[in-house]
Design a binder for this molecule. Structure first.
Ligand code: GUN
Length: 173
């Protein structure tokens, strides 16, 4: 899909197509639509990022809270969004043993209790071995730093999902 096609979309089509580049937060795409026309794919991505950066802390925490746990109950139940399902499967999270699942469930619960939002990580850039290590490491971080890290992961997920939709190779960052 090229940028002219994106710029030609009406509100409904734009939100249908880009509504889940920020997990379960179509309001972000709804706001970004008003910023068109976009000069290119990077410009589109910058508008999604800028919206997140401009939110008050409560809004940023709200965005994080819309994310399901990695390897959590929704993966078991099959109720994830298509994007999250693909990302979690790709990271090997559908093939965990019972011990690994239990370990992640405990770490996810500790993380949520400490920070008040779920652990978010760009799963496509990680794997089932790195995930518990990274979760345990980030559990030790100060809350203000962790909010910034988690929001950075939301932006990475957004960049990868946009690249899929636009048929581009995501530039490493
Ligand atoms: N990383 C990629 N997708 C997701 C998701 O849906 N939830 C969390 N917590 N992290 C992710």
């Amino acid at each position: 899909m090229d940028i002219e096609k994106v710029n030609s979309m009406d509100f409904g089509e734009f939100v249908d197509v880009f509504g889940n580049v920020i997990e379960r937060c179509p309001v972000v795409a709804a706001a970004v639509w008003s910023q068109r026309p976009f000069s290119d794919a990077d410009d589109l991505e910058r508008h999604f990022s800028a919206f997140l950066d401009a939110l008050p802390v409560a809004g940023q925490e709200g965005i994080l809270r819309c994310h399901p746990d990695l390897a959590g109950r929704e993966l078991q139940l099959g109720t994830l969004t298509a994007e999250s399902q693909r990302e979690q499967s790709g990271a090997g999270l559908t093939r965990l043993g019972a011990d690994e699942r239990l370990q992640l469930a405990e770490l996810n619960a500790q993380y949520r209790a400490r920070f008040g939002f779920p652990f978010v990580l760009a799963a496509r850039l990680s794997d089932r071995a790195a995930l518990p290590r990274e979760l345990a490491r980030r559990l030790q971080c100060p809350p203000e730093q962790e909010l910034r890290t988690a929001l950075g992961e939301v932006k990475k997920i957004c960049r990868l999902r946009l690249a899929d939709l636009l048929g581009r190779d995501p530039a490493p960052r």
